[in-house]
Ligand binder design. Structure first.
Ligand SMILES: [Zn+2]
Length: 99
């Protein structure tokens, strides 16, 4: 689990809220899965509960994705980060060949 997968936090408060929700849902889902595995729990009730938690995580995640697509602030941050990590070397070599 790495923060680098996501847009930098501390810029958009709504993004931070959604990110926390997403991480929380993922944590609960994983914990429940581990518990069910170790306790060897089976049955429809267990499966339903897991499916519910998975759906909760999926929803939180898609809301986070949707937000980063729709939010101008998050778009700006991710485009700056994209420039930093990917396009920097290209831009450099291009300007070098021009000069
Ligand atoms: Zn945002």
């Amino acid at each position: 689990m790495s923060k680098e997968l996501f847009v930098k936090t501390g810029v958009c408060t709504e993004y931070e809220r959604l990110l926390k929700e997403c991480q929380n849902a993922s944590k609960i889902w994983n914990e429940q899965r581990a518990e069910i595995y170790w306790l060897r729990l089976r049955g429809k009730k267990v499966e339903d509960e897991l499916r519910r938690l998975q759906a909760q995580y999926a929803r939180a995640y898609s809301m986070l994705q949707k937000h980063t697509h729709d939010c101008a602030l998050c778009q700006l941050v991710s485009s700056i980060e994209g420039l930093d990590s990917e396009n920097n070397s290209d831009a450099l070599s291009e300007s070098e060949t021009c000069v």
